[in-house]
Each structure stands twice: as structure tokens, then as C-alpha cells.
Design a protein around this ligand. Structure first.
Ligand SMILES: Nc1ncnc2c1ncn2[C@@H]1O[C@H](COP(=O)(O)OP(=O)(O)O)[C@@H](O)[C@H]1O
Ligand SMILES: [Mg+2]
Length: 266
């Protein structure tokens, strides 16, 4: 079966203001299967976010193709592209930046649920409940600034789920949250995968998140994928020296991380 997302020989170069050139992504091939969680790991600056933005269609690659469910996104006319892209939803580190501060949770959810036949208010409440904003009805009138950081990220997740994506592309989704609630958000994302069968491209510099979350891991270094394989194998017996360093830098992990153990009050 064809993969859900396939990046084929994707490259992206940036020119810095001084004139120097950064090869942020170099000839990357990467696939995410239906219902699969792939963690893209690597140090800061290795090109992970650039690759994620290319996958989402937010950034045009200099070279290469983005295939979604067998369709080449680079070749679709704009209206078809917009439709195809709803199958992918982003979650970013900073939910504040991705939620319009002038819109209440009700309006943000209604926007995402637009054009759906079901009663929008009921759907919105059910979605808010499902991401732990309970009771959902009480959150509908609230504005982003009236929520805690963790609650804002939950709202961003609810909105992403409203369009029933097949793939969530999450770029460091826990980094903006308080350490005390990261475990809860991680558990929420794991629950969404298990209950909804959503596939993830989980971009993270944090090996322990990859370990707790991913079926498969791809390791990125200086714009290239240097190692890929089942998460258990790559993270317990890395082959590439760079992966060995990344794994060795994570303290005290001989057992898989128990996301629940990280939990504390919201
Ligand atoms: N818009 C941009 N303009 C110039 N350089 C950029 C831009 N975006 C990213 N880069 C550079 O590309 C490289 C990869 O960045 P990024 O994809 O953000 O890495 P990561 O997400 O792994 O930290 C870095 O050297 C970064 O400075
Ligand atoms: Mg990044």
C-alpha cells in the first residue's frame, strides 16, 4: 500500500542576510504510513522544522516532491491543494501563536468545523471534552488569553482534530508547555493515536518523547536523514555515531519512558 505521506528527494536552501547559504534540508526521502507515528529527531538546527513546513506545504522545496495519499501536492491546482491539505493538521510548540487571540474557543472551533453537517456546537463540545477541556461547554466562551498554556495547547489540538485529519504534523508540541504538564499532553497525543488511528509526524529534539511515542524514528543531522528504523531498535541500539550521541545524552533511560510518570497537576 502506498504511504500516507512521502517526501521524495526534498531539498531546501536558505540564503542568510549576510549572503551565506544554509542547506537546511538535503535530498531527504521520508515516508509516514497510515496510522503510523514517526518521530523525526535531531539537534536544534538539523532541519527538522524546515522539513515539517515543507510537508505541510507552508514552505516550497527547491527540489523534490511531497506526496499525500498518492497525490503530488506540488502539482495540484490551488483549490485541490487546499482540500488535500486538510488531511494534514499542524500542532506547533507555541499554541498562542497559532490561535487567533480575538476569537473565542467557540469561534475557533466553529471555523474548523465549518461546512460540516452535524450540529457544530455539539461537535465542538465533544471535541473539547475529548482533549480534556471539561466540561467543554464551559470553555466555549473563553478566549485564548483566558486559558493556561496547557489548556491553549489542548484547544489547538481540538481544533486540529475537528477537520478529522489523517496525519498530524507536530513540531515540538510539548516544548511550549510547562514541564509539569508535558506528560499530560503527551498522554493526550498518544490517546488520540490509539482512539482515532491518526498518523503523526512528531518532530522533537527530545529522545525520551520519541521513545514514549513513536513506532518509527528518523534521525536528522545537518539536513540529512542519517538513520531510520523501528523506535525500539534505533533508540536502544543506534548504529550511527550521531544517534549514539543523542541517545547517550538522555539521562537514565534503560526502560521506556512512562509518560504517566511525568504527570503533575495542570
Ligand atoms: N527562514 C530561514 N532563513 C534562513 N535560515 C533558516 C530559515 N529557516 C531555517 N533556517 C536555517 O536552516 C537550518 C535548519 O533550521 P530548522 O529547520 O529550524 O532546524 P530544527 O527545526 O531542526 O532546529 C538552521 O541552520 C536554520 O538557521
Ligand atoms: Mg525546529
Amino acid at each position: 500500500m502506498e504511504p500516507l505521506l512521502a517526501l521524495q528527494n526534498v531539498s531546501k536552501t536558505f540564503r542568510r542576510s549576510g549572503g551565506s547559504v544554509v542547506h537546511a534540508v538535503r535530498g531527504v526521502d521520508l515516508e509516514v504510513g497510515y496510522g503510523e507515528t514517526l518521530a523525526l529527531v535531531g539537534e536544534s538546527g538539523s532541519g527538522k522544522s524546515t522539513l515539517g513546513r515543507i510537508a505541510l506545504g507552508l514552505l516550497k522545496p527547491d527540489q523534490g516532491r511531497v506526496m499525500l495519499a498518492g497525490k503530488c501536492l506540488n502539482e495540484l491546482p490551488p483549490d485541490e491543494l487546499r482540500l488535500a491539505r486538510t488531511a494534514m493538521q499542524p500542532i506547533f510548540q507555541d499554541a498562542t501563536a497559532s490561535l487567533n487571540p480575538r476569537r473565542s474557543a467557540r469561534e475557533l472551533m466553529a471555523q474548523a468545523l465549518r461546512g460540516r453537517p452535524q450540529a457544530i456546537e455539539q461537535r465542538a463540545i465533544a471535541l473539547l471534552d475529548s482533549v480534556g477541556l471539561r466540561p467543554g461547554a464551559e470553555y466555549l466562551p473563553r478566549y485564548p488569553h483566558e486559558l493556561s498554556g496547557g489548556q491553549r495547547q489542548r484547544l489547538a489540538i481540538a481544533r486540529a482534530l475537528a477537520v478529522e485529519p489523517k496525519l498530524v504534523i507536530a513540531d515540538e508540541p510539548l516544548s511550549g508547555a510547562d514541564v509539569s504538564i508535558r506528560g499530560q499532553i503527551l498522554n493526550l497525543l498518544i490517546g488520540i493515536k490509539e482512539e482515532r488511528g491518526v498518523a503523526y509526524l512528531m518532530i522533537t529534539h527530545d529522545i525520551s518523547i520519541a521513545r514514549a511515542f513513536a513506532d518509527r524514528v528518523a534521525v536528522m543531522m545537518q539536513g540529512e536523514i542519517v538513520e531510520t528504523g523501528p523506535a525500539k531498535e534505533v533508540l536502544s541500539a543506534p548504529r550511527h555515531s550521531y544517534t549514539k550521541q543523542l541517545v547517550a545524552a538522555v539521562p537514565m533511560l534503560d526502560a521506556p519512558v512512562n509518560a504517566g510518570a511525568l504527570e503533575a497537576g495542570d
